[in-house]
Unconditional design. Structure first.
Ligand SMILES: Nc1ncnc2c1ncn2[C@@H]1O[C@H](COP(=O)(O)OP(=O)(O)O)[C@@H](O)[C@H]1O
Ligand SMILES: [Mg+2]
Lengths: 308, 290
């Protein structure tokens, strides 16, 4: 269960393997039990990055700004990126995100190992068709398939540029959003949403969603451990089948637990509107950050997306 | 209204023929009537599944009966009133505190410190008062070392301590506890008893109305003046002074609160009635009490 040190979660298989490699790196977990490790990783990530707010509690560049200022800046930046037509805009935003993230105690691995691959994969599915001549006629780059009549399917220059532009844009928005979100304490984020007039019901759902995710991963891991302790032989394929089969039951359990958490909040007096400590006063640099966000959006809009 | 108009102060809680059914036609409580007076110390005893947790949720105004009525100090305790009448809600929530059976469900803040501050903040305490109360609670419950830790990363006993502290910090006059000794080692149980003022140490603790669900007959004997025994179909099977009911072994045995088995004390085997261990569902570490 959650209280145990993570080492306790590694499968008992380690003790039965021959003690032949005492000098092998001790931190490496056995490469078996794929599912157990994945569940553990997801949970650790959620806990560390999102729920435990380890990053938000760290001193750093973005942590030093007011949550409301960060929210305005983020919205301004997202607007600018959405309006931008020139690929240099998202490219510059993406490049700028890296040093800012580094100065804010964000592990860069989070970006290239977790965030970008997922975002790129997702965008590729959406953007790839745009790269073909069927949708974007223009100078051919690569011909993939020819018909007898001379027509065919090929990648076109404007098509590839459009697809790249979209991928860059989505990556830039995702990077900045996560950098801003992970460096903001949860109660401050709630304040910011309140300041922008987001209704209490939505903020409550947001607050519960955090807890819900952690509960879900907890349950999945606990069930997996319970099963592991009762099974002699494990295979990853079995594991995956098991998880798929359990998914519905897990959601129901997490739902019941989520309800209990809501009870716990209500029992201690929380109405629809959860109260948080008063936010610290707004400073000059907070105003500057908010203005920068708005200025970026206005500038890109005024220059017609800085057409290439 | 059936309450006699002459009654000096209405009871803290009065339940009239209350029934509660969970989805799937599970009858947790049926036809339950009960009054809890100011300053009562009530142990709710009953086998697992007899509806103790359900009753505590009803008393705390978190779930509402399908049939029957719940009153608090003579006023009806209904979902509509709690939702619509802000001052009633605030008054009721400030007065009653509930410590849940499963601490994992109760703790949802990112640090122990925030967890402690949550209740008082919701009740509208001034921030300086909240800060002072948090500092006192951290010291009282030996939590200073854990103040910045996320509550769900603590051990079972530590979680329980945080859960108890997070409710006691708001100084509730009515304290509802669900299995306060569940999954705790004897020392932690002792600490819990002390924290709850088993010895009537402070005047506030002595005046407090206490309702707790338990299987633990030792804790019941230490804390309760009155025992309400729930039968497996969710009715009141017995209600009376703690000394009398806790001494009634045949009654306790019919309600699954005692079992006999042989065991060893200093190399001598003997058998005597034996209390049940922790409830299942508290994690594998709990084990049986003996
Ligand atoms: N969320 C729920 N959904 C459906 N049935 C429930 C739920 N919670 C409890 N029950 C059922 O209600 C009955 C009473 O449960 P509970 O109040 O938790 O008993 P106790 O606390 O005495 O062990 C049990 O039969 C239990 O299975
Ligand atoms: Mg219970």
């Amino acid at each position: 269960m959650p209280g145990e040190p993570p080492a306790a979660a590694s499968p008992p298989a380690t003790s039965t393997s021959p003690p032949s490699a005492p000098d092998s790196p001790p931190r490496r977990r056995p490469a078996r039990d794929f599912l157990g490790r994945t569940l553990e990783e997801i949970r650790d990530f959620l806990e560390q990055a999102v729920f435990a707010e380890g990053i938000a509690a760290h001193p750093g560049l973005l942590q030093g700004f007011d949550a409301r200022a960060k929210l305005v800046f983020g919205l301004g930046l997202a607007t600018a990126l959405a309006l931008a037509t020139h690929p240099a805009v998202p490219a510059a935003a993406l490049l700028a995100a890296l040093p800012v993230a580094a100065a804010s105690a964000l592990p860069l691995g989070l970006f290239w190992a977790r965030l970008w691959p997922v975002t790129l994969g997702f965008t590729a599915v959406m953007a790839l068709p745009a790269a073909f001549n069927v949708f974007r006629p223009g100078p051919e780059l690569v011909r993939l398939w020819s018909c007898a009549d001379g027509s065919g399917i090929s990648l076109t220059r404007p098509g590839v540029l459009a697809a790249l532009g979209l991928a860059l844009r989505v990556c830039a928005i995702a990077s900045w959003t996560s950098a801003l979100a992970l460096t903001t304490r949860r109660d401050r984020a709630l304040d910011a949403l309140r300041a922008l007039g987001v209704p209490a019901a939505f903020r409550l759902v947001g607050l519960l969603a955090y807890r819900y995710l952690v509960l879900l991963c907890d349950l999945a891991r606990a069930e997996h451990l319970a099963r592991t302790s009762r099974t002699v032989r494990r295979r990853d394929a079995d594991d995956r089948g098991w998880l798929a089969g359990r998914a519905g039951a897990l959601l129901l359990r997490a739902n019941a637990a989520g309800e209990a958490v809501h009870h716990a909040m209500t029992a201690r007096g929380a109405g629809m509107d959860v109260r948080t400590p008063a936010p610290p006063p707004w400073r000059a640099r907070d105003a500057a950050l908010a203005c920068a966000g708005v200025a970026a959006a206005v500038a890109v809009a005024a220059c017609g997306g800085l057409r290439p | 209204m059936t309450a006699p108009a002459a009654a000096a102060t209405p009871p803290v809680f009065r339940l009239e023929e209350v029934a509660y059914t969970y989805p799937g036609e599970v009858n947790a409580l049926s036809g339950l009537s009960l009054a809890i007076e100011e300053g009562d110390r009530v142990a709710l005893l009953g086998a697992t599944g007899s509806g103790k947790s359900t009753l505590l949720l009803l008393l705390d105004g978190l779930i509402f009966p399908a049939a029957g009525k719940v009153f608090t100090r003579g006023e009806p305790l209904t979902e509509a009133r709690l939702q619509e009448e802000d001052d009633f809600r605030l008054r009721f929530r400030a007065e009653c505190g509930l410590v849940f059976q499963n601490a994992d469900h109760q703790l949802f803040n990112s640090t122990v410190e925030e967890e402690l501050a949550f209740g008082p903040l919701q009740l509208g305490w001034a921030e300086t008062r909240v800060r002072a109360a948090v500092a006192t609670a951290l010291a009282d419950f030996r939590l200073e070392r854990l103040r910045q830790r996320p509550p769900f990363r603590l051990s079972g006993g530590e979680k329980r301590r945080v859960a108890l502290a997070s409710v006691l910090i708001a100084e509730p006059r009515v304290l509802l506890l669900d299995e306060p000794s569940g999954g705790l080692d004897p020392r932690s149980i002792e600490e819990t008893l002390t924290a709850l003022g088993a010895t009537d140490a402070t005047p506030a603790a002595a005046r407090r109305t206490l309702v707790f669900a338990t299987h633990d007959l030792h804790m019941a004997a230490a804390l309760a003046r009155r025992v309400v025994l729930l039968s497996e179909d969710g009715r009141v099977a017995a209600d009376g002074p703690a000394e009398r009911l806790l001494a009634d072994e045949s009654l306790l045995a019919t309600h699954n609160l005692l079992h006999r088995h042989a065991h060893q004390h200093a190399e001598r085997w003997h058998a005597h009635p034996h209390r049940h261990g922790a409830e299942p569902g508290q994690g594998a570490a709990d084990g049986r009490a003996c």
